[in-house]
Design a binder for this molecule. Sequence first.
Ligand code: ADP
Length: 294
Amino acid sequence: MLTIRELSKTYPNGVRALQSVSLDIPNGMFGLLGPNGAGKSTLMRTIATLQDPDAGSIRLDDLDVLADKPAARRVLGYLPQEFGVYPKVTAEAMLDHFAVLKGVTRRGERRDLVDALLRQVNLHEVRRRRLGTFSGGMRQRFGIAQALIGDPRLVIVDEPTAGLDPEERQRFLNLLAEIGERVVVILSTHIVEDVTELCPRMAILAEGRVRLTGEPRETIRSLEGRVWRRTIDKAALPQYRERMNVLSTRLAAGNTVIHVLADAKPEDGFESVPPDLEDVYFGQLHHAATAKAA
Ligand code: ADP
């Protein structure tokens, strides 16, 4: 269990990236969902002990993460948003190098470890290929192999599926789900489906604050009967936005389809639709934005 309490961070330029963030994250996959600029990377880097908060605490079971960073780093795997590799080095050699850095000094042990990890992420067949020739999905799976060195109890992945094609994305998410059976995995993302498909628990972060935590299915249920759909003329969208709580707009076959949050049918022409996690997400973001404007 990862326990985060009242974590705050203001950058020197005055941006309040985290504002008293508290979260309880049990074993398994945890989705941290939020738009760009929400503070996700700041939170991930702070948990990964790469930067300090201004205030607050982080505990992994009985380990005080911020007070004992070397101990935290030994049980932590991290796949950062920008994961750089040497393009001319083979996957096998690079992973071997990472294992040395992580303190796996015995050569035989390291060879077995590298071999096992490459198999786990399904890159064993291409282990002698240079990383520069890897696709985005292969690179991300390599990034996971690297994060798993040392058998971490906590794995942090920051926006891992951005830029992956659907098949690679699914493959990557399946891999995370397997890992999530044993340890805490935090998946930070702005892609709602990543969370719907994979995470039994989640939080929504916006403007440095936790807007909602819970189980995706429960949060969706809370909107049951309150989401309404209508196809409209695109030009009319500003009027709808003014009069109603418009959750989302989608283009479908040249038409604009809007989802509106309301306790009763807003007007003729709307039909009730089953809510999904996107409705929850956009509802929260909308809420955050109107609270700020007020
Ligand atoms: P996310 O990962 O959700 O996109 P970030 O944690 O990267 O969010 O950023 C949160 C906010 O903090 C943004 O407004 C961003 O511009 C700002 N920010 C991030 N890193 C820095 C930094 N090193 N210095 C100043 N501002 C930063």
